[in-house]
Design a protein. Structure first.
Length: 49
C-alpha cells in the first residue's frame, strides 16, 4: 500500500517543477509585455513634445 502512494508522490514531484517553471515563465512574459507598453507610451510622449 505504501509503495503505491510512493509512486503517486514521485509523479507529483516530477510534475510540480514543470508547473512552477511554466508559471514563472508566464510571469516574466507578462512583465516584459508591460515594460514594452510603458516604453512605447514613453517614446510616443517624447516624440510628441
Amino acid at each position: 500500500m505504501f509503495d503505491q502512494h510512493r509512486g503517486d508522490l514521485d509523479n507529483m514531484a516530477v510534475s510540480l517543477p514543470g508547473h512552477y517553471f511554466d508559471s514563472a515563465l508566464n510571469d516574466v512574459e507578462k512583465t516584459v509585455q508591460i515594460r514594452r507598453e510603458h516604453i512605447r507610451t514613453a517614446l510616443i510622449r517624447i516624440v510628441r513634445e
